[in-house]
Ligand binder design. Structure first.
Ligand SMILES: Cc1ncc(COP(=O)(O)O)c(C=O)c1O
Length: 368
């Protein structure tokens, strides 16, 4: 094999796994609390599990290439016709296809945020252009628009933002959508604004209605969070019909498996599970606000904690020794080294994590 060129990027850093912590600290796997990857503490909807079992015997048959039955169910959920919807293997799959369509070129990314945006820009031979957020992780639309050039293909906005949990306001989004419409995006429709609403069910302020108004808005969503299907990999996006036609030319066929399709359709029809997941998160968020450090208000299924004057790595390691996995945010660009992201868990897990932070604080208070 010819030597491969040096990779243009660093590898995505995922949250730590139960197996890793169990082995490292010799803790039984079932005693570990995993609050580092923003997963659903309720698990999947039982109707989704039944659908997987029911369809298991058919996996010798290819699924529908465009996941049209799943898109029909998503149409019922979002209120958009199937002609505006695509599905893929997780929202990561949607982002990847979009970048295949739009790159090379520049991708504007307000940081800190979900690190896969920058990785996928580079792996598709594009250039990420990072713009700083303010001290409360708010956006500066003018600073973003000042970076738009003829090479700009996409602006990534995450709402609620991972890892900070705050939303993009409608007025900021409109300013950005209107301000970047004149440069080169796909097929002359302006740079695409990709609005990532992975966590939107935990908030009340989706901006998906704006897809009807703007020809350069794509809204990404996922069934990994509120619907509890992270392990199956189901993501989707809503976008103008013209953009979707172009997107489908770049999409990997059969990217949503038949089991993911069946489970996705069942989960989308299970309103009780969705409501219960959302309530669990909204109630649990309030409990996590009691962590005795600065906790940023969040509209997502996690909170961001500033553990200053301690280092995030040190705090995460100490909690891991206690069997609690939380996310050290130092691998997020521009996040510094004192931020820890904690996913909302079950009521018992939330209590335990608050206690662990409190113990850490009281043990260290003498040394501050
Ligand atoms: C902001 C954000 N977008 C997208 C994703 C990826 O979602 P999926 O599991 O659908 O690929 C994540 C995963 O954690 C995320 O935090």
């Amino acid at each position: 094999m010819k030597p491969l060129p040096t990779s243009p990027t660093t590898k995505y850093v995922p949250g730590r796994s139960i197996a890793e912590i169990s082995e490292q600290y010799n803790i039984p796997a079932d005693a570990i609390i995993k609050l580092g990857s923003n997963e659903n503490p309720l698990g999947p909807a039982p109707s989704a599990v039944r659908a997987i079992i029911k369809h298991a015997n058919n996996v010798s048959i290819y699924p529908d290439s465009d996941a049209s039955a799943l898109c029909d169910a998503l149409s019922g959920y979002t209120g958009y016709p199937g002609a505006n919807i695509v599905a893929s293997a997780g929202m990561d799959g949607v982002i990847d296809t979009m970048m295949r369509m739009l790159m090379p070129g520049e991708a504007i990314i307000p940081v800190p945020t979900f690190s896969y945006y920058g990785i996928t820009a580079r792996t598709h031979h594009g250039t990420p252009v990072f713009v700083s957020r303010d001290e409360n992780f708010g956006l500066d639309p003018q600073a973003i628009l000042s970076q738009v050039t003829n090479e700009t293909r996409v602006i990534f906005l995450c709402s609620p933002n991972n890892p900070s949990g705050n939303l993009v306001s409608e007025s900021d989004l409109r300013t950005i959508l209107a301000g970047c419409g004149d440069c080169n995006g796909c097929d002359g429709c302006g740079a695409v604004v990709f609005l990532d609403e992975a966590y939107i069910e935990f908030s009340e302020r989706s901006m998906i209605h704006l897809v009807r108004e703007y020809d350069n808005l794509m809204v990404g969503r996922t069934l990994s969070k509120a619907f509890g299907l992270a392990g199956l990999r189901v993501g989707y996006a809503v976008m103008p019909e013209k953009m979707r036609d172009e997107y489908l030319r770049y999409a990997t066929p059969f990217s949503v498996s038949s089991l993911a399709t069946a489970a996705g359709i069942a989960a989308l029809g299970d309103d009780a599970h969705l409501k219960q997941s959302v309530k669990l998160v909204r109630d649990g968020r309030k409990v996590l606000m009691e962590i005795p450090f600065k906790v940023y208000p969040s509209e997502a299924n996690f909170v961001l904690v500033d553990v200053s004057p301690h280092q995030s790595g040190e705090v995460c390691e100490l909690l891991a020794r206690e069997g609690i996995i939380v996310r050290d945010c130092s691998s997020f660009r521009d996040a510094g080294d004192t931020l820890v992201r904690v996913s909302v868990g079950t009521p018992e897990q939330n209590e335990r994590v608050v206690e662990a932070f409190s113990e850490f604080k009281s043990c260290n208070v003498a040394t501050l």
